[in-house]
Design a protein around this ligand. Structure first.
Ligand code: KG4
Ligand code: ZN
Length: 355
């Protein structure tokens, strides 16, 4: 089965071709994965202006799909389906991907599989190349039940995955998402956009002796639920910067990263224990954060238990279309949770929830 994935939910225009075959830990092969990003334009404005993002999507979508199909070296007639993100995301950006997918489905006479972007992020964990797969015995990809943490720019959700297409929401952010907290605090510190990599790079510049100089709150870390709240953390950073004449930026960046990672790791592990899962899956752009990856993998409970930890390579954490195609592959193949539809039935859903 060969699937063309299309992703345009925000500021990345992405297309990928994925095929069943042996090169990743779960037996899928990424034949091509093309991403065009308008991030440089958004850096100038310090954030995304939806109209600007949509216009860039329109410029890039056809060349990106062309390049993905060409570099996959597969013929259009060999494609089995087209998978496209229908939400959540920016309406203008989503429309570009969905309308293009519908047109191609009509012209090429292919079924179209509508995909939830947040659920799809989790599927980067079924695409880890074998050589990057950390443990032997991961040949089948993650085992169920699994806890999935999806941490992106606009969403923070913790879910229980009992099977493909069987996802239960356990909790999520009540206000800002983890990625949003990185982006907004980076702005306060004039570190640029996107904030996650910028805060992380600033934290790397910290001298060890200054490590414990600043203490920020870990919101809701001990609350008996799976919800998150990052706006208080953002406010604490703003207040801290206002009070100080001179801010040690690396020290503050380090502590922001620690606080966010501590809360995410604590709640993920608590959920894994309560639901007695076999696997823990990280996903979403924030999962590219090296400190979060390290804190989860090295946590004493993880080290002393049998959980399989899956963390996609950083390039598969941030938005791309390979996991859109992978999500379609597993759900269509095994449980038909997202069946292919006739092209006229596929519509954008900007406010879609993870489940
Ligand atoms: O999943 P994603 O690429 O796009 C959305 O679906 O939103 O996530 C983007 C988010 C941004 O907030 C960005 O700052 C954050 O992921 N991010 C990171 C890192 N790389 C991207 N956050 C922390 N550390 C990183 N290395
Ligand atoms: Zn995303």
């Amino acid at each position: 089965m060969i699937i063309l994935g299309i992703e345009t939910s925000c500021d990345e225009t992405a297309a990928a071709v994925v095929k069943d075959g042996p090169s990743t830990s779960s037996g899928l092969t990424i034949l091509s994965n093309v991403v065009a990003s308008s991030v440089e334009l958004h850096q100038k404005t310090g954030g995304i202006i939806p109209e600007v993002a949509a216009r860039e999507q329109l410029k890039c979508i056809v060349p990106v799909i062309q390049q993905a199909v060409q570099s996959a070296k597969c013929k259009v007639q060999n494609l089995d389906a087209i998978a496209v993100t229908i939400g959540p995301g920016l309406i203008g950006s989503l429309l570009v991907g969905v309308e293009t997918a519908r047109t191609l489905a009509y012209v090429w006479q292919k079924p179209i599989i509508p995909i939830n972007h947040l659920q799809a992020h989790l599927y980067a964990n079924w695409l880890t190349p074998e050589q990057e797969s950390k443990r032997a015995g991961e040949q089948e990809g993650p085992e169920f039940p699994a806890i999935g943490l999806v941490v992106s720019g606009g969403h923070t959700d913790l879910v229980l995955m009992e099977d493909h297409g069987k996802i239960k929401w356990l909790g999520g952010t009540r206000d800002d998402a983890a990625g949003e907290c990185f982006d907004k605090t980076a702005r306060v510190l004039s570190l640029g956009y996107p904030g996650g990599p910028a805060v992380s790079a600033a934290a790397e510049r910290l001298k060890v002796k200054n490590r414990l100089k600043i203490k920020l709150p870990r919101p809701m870390i001990n609350d008996d639920n799976y919800d998150f709240s990052f706006s208080g953390l953002k406010t604490a950073v703003i207040n801290f910067v206002r009070k100080k004449k001179k801010v040690d930026v690396p020290a503050l960046a380090y502590e922001i990263q620690e606080a966010i990672a501590d809360v995410l790791v604590a709640k993920t592990i608590r959920a894994a224990r309560e639901y007695q899962v076999k696997s823990i899956l990280l996903s979403g752009g924030v999962a590219a954060n090296s400190r979060l990856r390290e804190k989860l993998s090295n946590h004493q409970i993880i080290q002393s238990s049998n959980y399989q930890i899956f963390i996609p390579p950083p390039r598969l954490c941030t938005d791309n279309a390979s996991y859109i195609a992978a999500c379609a592959y597993f759900n269509y193949k095994s449980c038909r949770a997202c069946p292919p539809l006739a092209e006229e039935k596929v519509k954008v859903e900007p406010g879609l929830r993870i489940c």
